[in-house]
Write a protein that binds this ligand. Structure first.
Ligand code: SF4
Ligand code: SF4
Length: 221
C-alpha cells in the first residue's frame, strides 16, 4: 500500500490558477484507506473547489488508478466531461497521476502528496515511477516525475548535459526533462518553465504522526 497526505487546498487552488472548469478524479484504493481519496475525499474537494468558484464538469471514482487498463477503460466513458474541462484534479498517489496523464491529453493537478512508508502501488506493470517525495510536482511537470525520471532529480529544468534527448548519466535513458518539455508543449503549458520551485525539503518524505500510527513505526520491538 502507498501512503498519501492531502495537499492543502490553497496549494491546489494556486496550482489551478485561472482554470475554471475542472474534472475531478479519485482513486478508491490506497487513498481511500488514507482518507485522501475515495468517495469521501472526492466529495470534500468538490465542495472546496465549488466554494472557490470552480465549475466541476464531472467526477469519477476508479478502483485503482494504478491499473492502466482500468484507467483507460473507465475514463473512456467520461471523455466528454474531461475534454470540456480545463484540467483534471486527481486524488491519488504519484503513480496514479502519471497514469492518467499518459492516457488523457489534459493538464493534471495532484491533490495528494505521496509519502515514504515503504509501501508499493498496486497492479502497475508499466514504467511510471514515484519516489514518494512528499511534495508532488506533477502539475508543474505535466505529469512526468522529475525525481524519478531525471537522474539528478532536478526540479527546475534540465542540467544541459543531454545528448540527442538522452541523459548524460545514462545514454540508454531518455532525458526526463526532455520528456517533460515535450509533454508541457503538448498540453500548452510551456510557461511552467518560468516558475521556480524551491529546493526540496526532504522532511516532507516523512509521514505525519497520524499516518505513522498505521504503520510498523508503532510496533514495539
Ligand atoms: S513528484 Fe514524483 S516522487 Fe514526488 S510525489 Fe509526485 S510522482 Fe512521487
Ligand atoms: S541529462 Fe536530463 S535526465 Fe539526465 S541528469 Fe541532465 S536533466 Fe536529468
Amino acid at each position: 500500500m502507498i501512503f498519501t497526505q492531502s495537499k492543502p487546498i490553497d496549494e491546489v487552488l494556486e496550482s489551478l490558477g485561472e482554470e475554471k472548469d475542472i474534472f475531478l478524479l479519485a482513486c478508491n484504493g490506497c487513498v481511500e484507506a488514507c482518507e485522501t481519496g475515495g468517495e469521501k475525499g472526492l466529495a470534500a474537494i468538490k465542495g472546496e473547489l465549488e466554494k472557490a468558484g470552480k465549475k466541476i464538469t464531472g467526477t469519477c471514482l476508479v478502483d485503482f488508478l494504478c491499473n492502466k487498463m482500468l484507467v483507460t477503460t473507465r475514463l473512456s466513458r467520461e471523455m466528454d466531461k474531461i475534454q470540456s474541462a480545463d484540467s483534471i484534479v486527481i486524488l491519488t498517489c504519484g503513480i496514479g497521476v502519471q497514469a492518467v496523464s499518459k492516457v488523457v491529453n489534459k493538464v493534471v493537478h495532484p491533490a495528494d502528496n505521496t509519502v515514504s512508508l515503504g509501501g508499493l502501488q498496486g497492479l502497475w506493470p508499466s514504467d511510471e515511477r514515484c519516489q514518494a517525495c512528499g511534495d508532488c510536482a506533477l502539475d508543474y511537470t505535466g505529469g512526468i516525475c522529475p525525481i524519478a525520471f531525471c537522474a539528478k532529480g532536478l526540479l527546475n529544468g534540465p542540467c544541459g548535459g543531454a545528448q540527442d534527448g538522452k541523459c548524460e548519466v545514462d545514454a540508454e535513458k531518455d532525458c526526463g526533462w526532455q520528456l517533460i518539455y515535450e509533454r508541457l508543449e503538448q498540453v500548452g503549458r510551456l510557461e511552467n518553465f518560468k516558475k521556480i520551485r524551491t529546493p526540496r525539503d526532504h522532511s516532507n518524505m516523512l509521514p505525519s504522526d497520524e499516518l505513522r500510527k498505521t504503520s510498523f513505526y508503532d510496533i514495539e520491538a
